[in-house]
Design a protein. Structure first.
Length: 269
């Protein structure tokens, strides 16, 4: 934790509204990225981000520095994403078999396939990549996101999840093995023999609204579709799934929550 954010936290705990604003801005992109990777749904991720930030603010007085602040904040965020009734109710309980079957449906022929330079093809790739995580149960999903996407040290990730490091390592290993196996078998970028191709699936995604017809700024800094194809051609199989899973950009929050959340926590009279 930098001295700057440490000072902001201390001042916020003393009731400094400007410092509290800094704390929210420090957290919001991290929380949004975590929520989006756990939920793979933009609207749900925004809603969860707001709920989590409110919890961080209201519990800030309890932070004593026994853990790093980011670890403490991730613990609050992950606990919400694993246990909140609203989140659990919306979990699709997707399986890898279901997802693999879906990838073979609604594919257009070569003549009607989208070109590789289509504006929205990279967004579709990213959404498909993130949706793979939904095939893991929530506990294994959290371990995978914290371990392989956020690349937290195993001890820190275990602290976030409030489990033993050995338990975390087992969950991460199982989750990673499943993602790697699915990518190698079913992803058209990773496996030329797989029937699914982003350009053959995109027309249906556009027609059904799964992908919008204009770019989403959330994905603006993600590696391009051409770069993702290059990864697939130049990365060894054991690392390819991780490379593609991390080729999503920073997933910064499209919404600045600070003013809105502070008004909810400390309404104007």
């Amino acid at each position: 934790m930098t001295q700057e954010i440490s000072t902001h936290i201390e001042n916020a705990q003393q009731g400094d509204a400007a410092a509290l604003d800094h704390v929210v801005r420090h957290c919001q992109d991290r929380v949004h990225r975590l929520a989006l990777r756990m939920l793979a749904d933009e609207d749900q991720a925004l809603d969860a981000t707001q709920e989590i930030l409110i919890r961080i603010i209201t519990k800030l007085s309890t932070f004593r520095g026994d853990a790093k602040f980011d670890t403490w904040a991730y613990r609050i965020a992950t606990n919400y994403l694993l246990t909140a009734r609203k989140v659990r109710a919306n979990d699709p309980a997707l399986t890898f078999n279901q997802f693999a079957s879906d990838l073979t449906q609604d594919l257009v022929d070569d003549q009607n396939a989208a070109p590789d330079d289509h504006t929205m093809i990279n967004e579709f790739r990213i959404k498909c990549t993130m949706a793979m995580g939904l095939c893991l149960d929530r506990n294994h999903r959290a371990a995978y996101v914290l371990g392989d996407i956020f690349e937290l040290e195993h001890k820190e990730a275990a602290e976030v999840l409030e489990i033993e490091p050995a338990t975390f390592r087992k969950r991460l290993s199982r989750a990673r093995d499943k993602i790697v196996a699915f990518t190698a078998q079913s992803c058209g970028l990773a496996n030329p023999k797989a029937p699914c191709r982003c350009n053959k699936k995109l027309p249906h995604a556009l027609a059904t609204g799964c992908v919008a017809h204009k770019p989403n700024p959330i994905f603006a800094d993600a590696p391009s579709y051409a770069e993702a194809k290059e990864y697939a051609q130049t990365t060894v199989d054991a690392l390819l799934a991780s490379k593609l899973q991390n080729a999503t950009g920073s997933l910064k929050s499209p919404k600045d929550f600070a003013v809105e959340i502070l008004s909810l926590v400390e309404p104007q009279h």
